[in-house]
Design a protein around this ligand. Sequence first.
Ligand code: FMN
Length: 406
Amino acid sequence: MPGNFLKELGVDQPIILAPMAGGSGTPELVAAVSNAGGLGSWGGGYATPQQILDAAKQIRALTSKPFALNLFAGGYNIRPPVDPAPMLAMVTKAHEALGLPPPVLPPVPENPFDDQLAAVIEARPALFSFTFGIPDADALARLRKAGIRTCGTATTVEEGRALAAAGVESIAAQGEEAGAHRGTFLAAMEDSMVPTLDLTRGIVAATSLPVFASGGLMDGRDIAAALATGAQAAQLGTAFLVCPESGAAAPYKKALCDAREDTTVITRAYSGREARGLRNKFIDMTADTPILPFRQQNDLTRPMRTESGKKGTPDYISLWAGRGVTRARHAGGRADENANRGNRWRVTRSAGRAGCGRRHGPRHRACDARSALSPRLFPPPCAPAPPASANNRFRRCRDRRQPARA
Ligand SMILES: Cc1cc2nc3c(=O)[nH]c(=O)nc-3n(C[C@H](O)[C@H](O)[C@H](O)COP(=O)(O)O)c2cc1C
């Protein structure tokens, strides 16, 4: 039976902000979650060593609490190159639609992990988490020597066992519901789509490591269910994307809030690696086009994605989202354990609504991640209705999305 890993790190609440490389997971969001009692994580997978050091500095300026830094520990050069001409033609069409000059084919990048890891070790976060593989023994030894704890991502029980055998100290169990990139590194992607709770249960049983459940978890009930499988914490990404501190572009936030059931798909169209997100125009356009390897495809589509955000259209943005996305606006990252109330999980009021001005109006003002974990708790839908007054306006919001429960 593993000890309480997060408590040992100095983290009060069993909630981890998923690392979100690429701009959504800002230092402000990381610090807000850590300040509120969870563990904020910053995704540096696309960052240069200097950007990693700068981000750690910014986070430290905003919080004295522990936080995690995260990298991609693999994923490069795992697919043969393809003829780039058809994909260039598709991206050219998108550039024309956005008023951009024609795209330039970026080189297939080298794996930057070693240099990035040196920056992480210099930055000394409380936790180093990673995905897409396992760092080699030397890298893990250097992290240990620096006093930095480790967390690897597993999408199958076999990967969980591999992480444990390598000496990694904790595991993020990434279920098939999870938003954004699949962490899979052993079996084929299609054979590594295990539901979050099943996966968590399996890895808890197969290893003696602390496990964090991740994928499609959006509210207090989800977190309670995850903890009941033996997880020590829940790692949430999509739920936090619509928070005001998130760096997601406005049309991305709006698309999350407008999402309907069954609108997420697994696609390689934006980065070259399988990831879950909302289906949109660029995914449909490239359905029959050979996709460049990770992360050449990512570098090729970056100007298009950035411009799409600026122009206010979701058509050419990677709208990463987990399967729980339809509950984003009324659940979100505002989760808190209230051990003094019979260990019931409750979700504070408005997390998922930030950025939903069109539907919810200014009265549903965006809350920040600090209030997410504050004692101002909002009962989950299965709980008795809250007393009138303060919460009523938020109930209306919730009821629009989900039938009332007895
Ligand atoms: C926008 C976005 C970016 C992500 N980037 C990373 C990343 O850089 N590193 C990582 O380990 N996981 C990343 N993830 C995956 C999360 O760690 C986690 O598995 C996922 O968010 C859980 O599913 P949920 O989004 O349904 O909560 C990302 C998730 C999202 C939504």
